[in-house]
Design a protein around this ligand. Structure first.
Ligand code: ATP
Ligand code: MG
Length: 433
């Protein structure tokens, strides 16, 4: 009788017998091959190490939330791009477009009693219904931190220094732009409810759209020019003086922040046009732009915000950032350290010994691969070359009787007989050559 499993295999090897439908992955999503995954893990590991060295500890929240969580304050842009769906009990849920709102919900519900400040970091996937292109996906990953409980310029300084250190550690070529939405909002306060929309035009650097909108809501040319001047105000510290002339606002917070950044040797451009797409920011905002990434050049964005009171908690200042993990991965050339790989090849009938030898090698730190296709020794060795293995350990009847194994160095082609119990020592010796 032919088992079902065998029938499946038969169909598998004979395409004319398959009647399946080819299913493409959803638009804007990606599959990652092992090389790419290894690279991503190397980058992720470094980000984790740096975040942890500043005292941040990892948290994780659900992939989906009540859509309301993001609708409350994330801003129109985010809501338009959100994946929203109803579950079977008619609840409206959303795939998370970002992590700050979920973490603040978590904070209010479960960790508001932790000693402040709280330092959290996360590395999670996010979902936005955007037009897919290089560096812009519908599922992407963010590595971010939230520093909760301080409204001091020192907290903003810490997260900026941290983000800068992370990006610097990969040798990336980028610019850091720092702005202040408090200043921007104060300049736009006369617009009332229209200010948020204006902020969005500023965020997108859409001067034309901004001009048309301001005209539409009846803002005169003098004010329009002033808003444009604020939006385009960027440069070194000296622009603070110009800013003071344009906006009646206390710039001392920003000045103290810049003092710390200067002493920490963080290079930045002050840019009052940094508005951030998310509505919850209150003070300092910043964005890192990579050179050579075109329209998708923003590799990190962050700032200080207040969300806790919106989610039913006590008003709590916080600050943080999110790094666009996929975008930095495209810029970084990282390779995982390759572990020495050994193929354990054997003659038919010696499977049990092969499995034992492989296990011994794995326990000594090698990657050990055993044939599971019941192939000839020749084919096993050819596969060893195909997968770029470093060594083959060959198990033959005669050798086993004498307590021996053969080791083949696949780079040089040399082959040696060794005592079975000395196999790992022998491989370590060969590696030292
Ligand atoms: P952009 O202006 O490029 O749309 P954003 O302001 O919407 O970015 P944030 O909400 O600040 O981005 O998210 C933080 C980081 O996440 C961004 O700096 C960016 O690197 C990355 N990011 C945002 N959207 C995507 C996406 N669709 N695909 C890949 N990375 C993204
Ligand atoms: Mg966006």
């Amino acid at each position: 009788m032919v088992s079902n499993r065998f029938k499946f295999c038969e169909n598998f090897f004979n395409p004319s017998l398959t009647s399946g439908v080819k299913i493409e992955r959803p638009r804007g999503t990606r599959d990652f091959l092992p090389d790419e995954m290894e690279k991503r893990r190397v980058i992720e590991k470094k980000l984790r190490e740096i975040a942890e060295s500043f005292g941040y500890r990892e948290v994780s929240t659900p992939t989906f939330e009540h859509s309301e969580l993001f609708k409350l304050k994330s801003g129109e842009g985010i809501v338009e791009e959100m994946y929203v769906f109803k579950d079977k009990s008619d609840r409206e849920l959303a795939l998370r477009p970002e992590l700050t709102a979920p973490i603040m919900r978590f904070f209010v519900n479960e960790c508001s009693n932790l000693p402040k400040p709280i330092r959290f970091y996360y590395f999670e996937n996010c979902f936005r219904y955007e037009r897919p292109q290089k560096g812009r996906y519908r599922e992407f990953w963010q590595f971010g931190v939230e520093l909760i409980g301080s409204d001091s310029y020192l907290a903003d300084a810490e997260v900026i220094i941290l983000a800068d250190k992370m990006l610097k550690s990969f040798g990336l070529d980028y610019e850091l732009h720092i702005g202040h939405v408090g200043i921007l909002r104060s300049a736009l306060s006369f617009l009332g409810d229209n200010a948020s929309k204006v902020m969005r035009f500023i965020d997108k650097r859409d001067e034309e759209g901004l001009k048309n909108y301001l005209t539409e809501i009846g803002v005169g040319s003098e004010m329009r020019e002033k808003i444009k001047a604020i939006m385009n105000l960027k440069g070194g510290r000296e622009i603070i003086e110009e800013g003071k002339k344009l906006v009646n606002y206390d710039f001392s917070y920003l000045e103290k922040l810049l003092d710390i950044l200067d002493s920490a040797k963080v290079t930045y451009t002050l840019n009052l046009g940094v508005a951030r797409g998310l509505d919850y920011y209150t003070g300092t905002v910043f964005e890192f732009y990579a050179k050579d990434l075109g329209a998708q050049k923003q590799i990190c964005g962050g700032g200080s915000y207040e969300l806790a009171q919106l989610f039913g908690g006590v008003r709590t200042p916080a600050t943080g950032f999110a790094i666009g993990f996929d975008r930095i991965c495209e810029l970084i050339d990282a390779k995982a350290e390759r572990r020495t790989t050994v193929v354990v090849a054997y003659f038919k009938g010696l499977e049990k010994i092969a499995f034992q030898v492989a296990e011994k090698l794995r326990n000594s730190g090698f990657v050990a691969v055993v044939d599971v296709m019941e192939r000839s020794l020749k084919k096993q060795l050819s596969y060893a070359n195909d997968i770029n293995a470093d060594f083959a350990v060959i198990i033959g009847e005669e050798e086993v009787k004498k307590g021996n194994l053969s080791v083949k160095d696949l780079k040089t082609g040399e082959q040696f007989a060794v005592k079975a119990e000395e196999i790992t020592t022998c491989l370590f010796e060969l590696l030292k050559r």
